[in-house]
Ligand binder design. Structure first.
Ligand code: UDP
Length: 427
């Protein structure tokens, strides 16, 4: 099976935690690494070239290849401005497929921008097209009240109708998709993402906290992820302020570590949401409570997850929330907003607590609750065991492979025959 994966706006093998890459890149890496364990599977990941001197195709392993396709200027551009380059990218992708005589069996596109490119290739070559949204524009808009790109809503609707199958990470998202776009429920397959237990495991070492001058007595909260409005980080600041007014002894113990938002100082400094959050911190005199570490390589995150007393995931909208399962795999309880799949990942009072999204009072109550009842939660090994049993990338890959196989074998897809001059002739 030869899979054409489209990841237009970011290459999954570039660094994580900046505002252009995050959960989707992790998803693609983990899924691809396991899909190629199935017999005769090869994956090409077609992505927008972001570097003028890059090579066209690079082998990640004997069965995984990244192909850089020209679509707009060859430097990093915020995905907000990438829509206009989709036609160029799509045509170049088609040209690449013809020139290399690639006989792909299936297209799997990720995020709406890639979904448009996938639709183009499907229409040209008649291949089955599976789409994964990762986030849905209309859900994001409902949650944060902010308008998305003007073409996003229509494009997402078009992809919902033109694709052959949609992979969704939660039943909540599936229901929203079916309701919003009037598609058949059978078109949407729920496949949970996983967690990598070899990357995320508990380590009994608080060195990173000691280095910051925190003591055993501190109540350390951790935030990990991209920093943008929909992630709701400002609500943690508001909740700390409520704590300051209502429970001074706990407030004095509490610290918040923020990871994400870009590797470099400049990236954090240019981030409008970080500016908004810092303004709020200044108003409430919370500067000493919060530290921004920027993005950290995923291979180091377990140290932070393990050392923290809890991970806080305050998202206003989240289709899954990988950081939640990563913290739990490190044995750390979580305090999450009641959105998407996170609602059912958390078992109230056992591996954490959940609060009403965009409600700092509800979050503050949960933080107090966690502090009071922390000795009654499951032990760290039990928290880990529960989550690694429920979420595994092997299952994600198995289910995805079955969907691909079903589509390939179940449909009458025209095979593309390449002529000696390289031009395709669908038959
Ligand atoms: N991440 C990382 N370094 C960082 C911040 C985040 O490696 O500094 C990773 C994190 O481990 C997680 C992903 O980025 O796997 C974020 O995924 P999530 O589903 O939580 O959010 P998304 O980016 O999809 O909105």
């Amino acid at each position: 099976m030869k899979i054409c994966t489209i990841s237009f706006h970011s290459c999954p093998y570039s660094s994580l935690g900046g505002n252009g890459s995050g959960g989707m890149s992790v998803y693609l890496r983990e899924l691809t690494a396991r899909l190629v364990d199935f017999p005769d599977v090869n994956v090409d990941i077609l992505t927008r070239a972001q570097d003028a001197v890059c090579v066209e195709a690079k082998d990640i392993s004997p069965q995984i290849r990244v192909v850089q396709i020209k679509g707009g200027p060859a430097y990093p551009i915020d995905r907000k401005y990438l829509y206009e380059f989709i036609p160029e990218f799509s045509e170049n992708m088609e040209e690449y497929i013809h020139r290399k005589k690639e006989n792909y069996d299936i297209i799997h596109s990720h995020y709406w921008l890639s979904g448009l490119a996938g639709t183009y290739i499907k229409n040209k070559l008649g291949l089955p097209h599976v789409h994964t949204y990762h986030t849905l524009g209309f859900m994001k808009k409902r949650a944060q009240g902010q308008t998305e790109h003007k073409s996003r809503a229509n494009s997402e609707r078009q992809i919902a109708h033109s694709s052959d199958s949609i992979i969704s990470p939660s039943t909540d998202e599936k229901e929203s998709l079916v309701e919003e776009y009037g598609i058949l429920p059978s078109k949407v397959e729920v496949v949970y993402p996983g967690v990598n237990p070899r990357l995320f495991y508990p380590i009994n070492n608080r060195t990173i906290l000691n280095k910051r001058g925190y003591s055993q007595d501190n109540f350390v909260l951790l935030y990990v992820g991209r920093i943008e409005k929909v992630k709701g980080l400002i609500n943690v600041i508001e909740a700390l302020h409520i704590l300051q007014e209502k429970n001074l002894p706990l407030f004095e113990k509490t610290k918040l570590i923020v990871i994400g938002g870009g590797k470099k100082e400049e990236e954090l400094a240019e981030n409008m949401e970080v500016t908004r959050i810092k303004r709020e911190m200044k108003i409430h005199d919370l500067k000493d409570k919060v530290v921004f570490l920027g993005s950290i390589d995923q291979s180091h995150l377990r140290k932070y997850y393990s050392a923290a007393d809890a991970l806080v995931v305050p998202s206003l909208y989240e289709s899954f929330g990988l950081v939640t399962v990563e913290a739990l795999a490190c044995g750390t309880p979580v305090v999450v907003s009641q959105v998407g799949k996170m609602k059912s990942i958390v078992k109230e009072g056992k591996n954490g607590f959940s609060f009403r999204p965009d409600d700092p009072v509800s979050l503050y109550q949960n933080l107090e609750n966690l502090f009071k009842h922390r000795s009654q939660l499951w032990s760290r090994p039990s928290i880990r065991e529960d989550v690694v049993q429920r979420f595994s990338w092997d299952n994600t890959a198995e289910n995805t492979y079955q969907i691909f196989e079903g589509l390939i074998n179940g449909g009458l897809w025209p095979k593309t025959i390449f002529q000696s001059d390289g031009s395709p002739q669908p038959v």
